[in-house]
Ligand binder design. Structure first.
Ligand code: G1P
Ligand code: ZN
Length: 543
């Protein structure tokens, strides 16, 4: 075994996006492509001697090969220990948990989240810092800068390691420890939620389906729901992780998890349904005949946090991404705690959580989380709901409707125009930005514009400023139209149009969502000329 220095050249486009570097598998298979990026991470970190690194991924195609490369490079950079999930598997929340619990310097997550997998699918790599959360922009920009000047990478020429047998192996001077993928995470969950109450709920005959979407959550859900909590076998469906996610799109929304939605709409539906995404950090919550928007789910958990032992002391504050509905703001106001509005992307919650300013946070994109780790956490949200259902004895529909009756309903939808021409998408945003100055005070249909701007955020902790985080048009009644371009897509550009309408009157809480939002949808269409500019008569996905 020796450490080699291999000459290399920069690849263009290795700038991490909303959530790490995501590209086609075929791009990552180019000689040196992964190695350059990993070298850039290690160059940014500086001295790694004596440190612990955690490595794991969502099990998608190329996961194992990438991990072997990363382990050989970590050994060449003198890490004392690398903890790697068994079979190369760690869900994104589990990795965050292990980094924090084991006092690691950081972790490398291999995932493209909800993007399809397989040889022709997507792959991704992301660095998480010692708090267990995604590296802040300062670090991702430094990594990117290194990728642009790189001339060589260092790697051990040792042969492949066994990733399946638990225990320690040596690579150069580095100890590689294969750890149980679920154990640390399951222990954390058992400390946060009332497992006895949830066990009793299942023992009373409560029925549930958790859709693992053939992604990383299956084994976690089986171990916790069917194992520790005694849910009947078969509660977890599509629970076997597959390298191509069974050809599906492992993004838990009503479109991709149509099988679960159909099941939950049937007269003999289970009491509770849930799904998680490729790497286990997203969640979708469904009741019998009702799907809960992620924005509502955040607000409902905030309003009921005290049911869970881990949150009994109350919550310090809530944070939501700007496009997420303002339902959580109303709860925070009533609780007398602050609600922070951040740009899209989980990394913006890290400082708020670290500083103890917030306890819960969430995004409209099926992401919810808390101080327990520094990633969003799919199964955590599901367990939180189970805890609430067990303690309250109410159905999902009852909980949601009572919440609306108390706080009002924020009708909410996101319209995605995927893989549109990049120039057309940027043109649309540019012309919208040009209109902003004239929009304030304007009358649009039944609405009056109260505020029209391009969202900018000053982090209250480190005072860093992020500009151009999405155009928002806020109406005087609190209704909103928001537009931004995706930072995670790998093909062309994706335009996201977010729509929100507030309705206080309980007599008007049962309108179909798209109907309730029709006025705003028409206004957005006129302002942006989205159909003409994209050549699309309708969005690709509506959630
Ligand atoms: C999307 C979501 C965003 C989430 C991110 C990573 O980013 O919109 O909320 O944090 O995936 O899961 P986008 O593609 O919109 O940049
Ligand atoms: Zn994800």
């Amino acid at each position: 075994m020796t450490i080699q220095t291999v000459a290399t050249q920069p690849f263009a486009g290795q700038r991490p996006g909303t959530s790490g570097l995501r590209k086609k598998v075929t791009e990552f298979q180019r000689p040196g492509y992964l190695e350059n990026f990993v070298q850039a991470i290690f160059d940014t970190l500086g001295d790694c001697a004596g440190q612990t690194l955690v490595v794991g991924g969502d099990g998608r195609f190329h996961n194992r090969a990438a991990i072997q490369t990363i382990l050989r490079m970590a050994a060449a950079h003198g890490f004392a220990r690398v903890l790697v999930g068994q079979g190369g598997i760690l869900s994104t929340p589990a990795l965050s948990c292990v980094v924090r619990k084991r006092g690691a310097m950081g972790g490398i997550v291999l995932s493209a989240s909800h993007n399809p997998g397989g040889p022709d699918g997507d792959f991704g790599i992301k660095y998480n810092i010692a708090n267990g959360g995604p590296a802040p922009e300062k670090i991702t920009e430094a990594i990117y800068a290194h990728t642009q000047t790189i001339t060589a990478y260092r790697i051990s020429d040792a042969s492949s390691l066994d990733l399946d047998a638990l225990g320690e192996q040596r690579l150069e001077h580095t100890v590689i420890k294969v750890i149980d993928s679920v154990a640390d995470y399951a222990e954390l969950m058992a400390g946060l939620f009332d497992f006895a109450a949830i066990r009793a709920l299942f023992a009373r005959g409560f029925t549930m389906r958790f859709d693992g979407m053939h992604a990383v959550s299956g084994p976690y859900a089986k171990a916790i729901l069917e194992g520790l909590l005694g849910a009947p076998a078969g509660t977890v469906i599509n629970g076997v992780s597959l390298e191509d996610f069974g050809g599906g799109h492992p993004d838990p929304n009503p479109v991709n998890a149509a099988e679960l939605i159909a099941l939950m709409a049937a007269p003999d539906a289970p009491d509770f349904g849930a799904a998680s995404d490729g790497d286990g950090d997203r969640n979708m919550i469904v009741g019998r005949g009702i799907d809960v928007t992620p924005s509502d789910s955040l607000a409902i958990l905030a309003a009921n946090a005290a049911v869970a032992p881990g949150y009994r002391a109350g919550i310090k504050g809530v944070a939501r991404s700007m496009p997420t509905s303002t339902a959580a703001d109303r709860v925070a106001r009533e609780l007398g705690v602050p609600c922070f509005e951040t740009p899209t992307g989980w990394k913006f919650f890290g400082n708020l959580l670290d500083a103890g300013l917030v306890t819960l946070c969430g995004e409209e994109s099926y992401g919810t989380g808390s101080t327990h780790i520094r990633e969003k956490d799919g199964l955590w949200a599901v367990l939180f709901w189970l805890n609430l259902l067990a303690v309250s004895g109410k159905s999902v529909a009852q909980i949601v409707q009572e919440h609306w009756a108390r706080f009002g309903r924020n009708y909410y939808s996101r319209h995605d125009y995927e893989a549109v021409d990049g120039a057309a998408a940027h043109g649309l945003m540019a012309q919208l930005r040009e209109q902003l100055a004239q929009l304030a005070g304007a009358t649009l249909g039944q609405f009056t514009v109260a505020l029209a701007d391009d969202f900018a955020y000053t982090d209250p902790v480190d005072h860093s400023v992020s500009t151009q985080q999405g155009v928002r048009i806020v109406m005087s009644d609190g209704s909103r139209i928001v537009l931004r371009l995706s930072g995670t897509g790998t093909e062309g550009a994706t335009i996201r149009l977010y729509l929100e309408k507030y309705e206080a009157d309980p007599a008007r809480h049962a309108i179909p969502t798209q109907q309730a939002l029709a006025g705003l949808i028409a206004i957005a269409g006129e302002l942006t000329q989205i159909a003409a500019r994209t050549g699309r008569a309708a969005p690709t996905v509506i959630t």
